[in-house]
Design a protein around this ligand. Sequence first.
Ligand code: 5GP
Ligand code: MG
Length: 181
Amino acid sequence: MTNDIECVLYDEARIDRRVRELAREINLCYGGRPIIAVFVLKGSAFFASDLIRWLDMEVTMEFMSVSSYGMASVSSGRLTVKKDIDSDVRGRDVLIIEDIIDTGVTLTTLKGLFAERGARDIKVVTMLSKPSRRLVPFEADFTGFEVPDVFVVGYGLDYADRYRNLPYIAALKRSVYENEK
Ligand code: 5GP
Ligand code: MG
């Protein structure tokens, strides 16, 4: 499996430090107000679990799995919810925890969905962002690392459901995904 790795971008120690810094920023921002933390599955599972254990407010853990239809879903607000959360978000502070923001389409649509459901406030924390790839302008409230336009795997991120369990974040060799097209 590690033969498929081009290079490690962020190792375990670096990730751990950044996760704690993000948690400090988030703690300051909410000033102790309780939140609903929405794990966007499956990619954010490790990041979200590592992050929320450093948060000092009351945290309700929720899991969601979605897929968007590209650009069409932004204008239509259409998003396939494959697994929905259990909590009612009306009047609540929602923190969406994402693995990576690429085109920005998924998060734009997902924020719209929680707004429609009556959340009081919706913020987004993402482990990674690829700003050069945006199709819609989208800025997370908290970002772990900005990455260039390379395909990354590990620490929850997959390619064809593989590599999620790597403890670091790495660039995948181009030959891996080009051979399988
Ligand atoms: P978007 O912002 O394009 O709507 O959606 C972002 C989603 O695309 C992420 O949640 C992730 O599933 C996938 N994605 C984008 N770039 C990468 C990448 O470099 N590696 C992996 N594993 N997934 C990616
Ligand atoms: Mg995702």
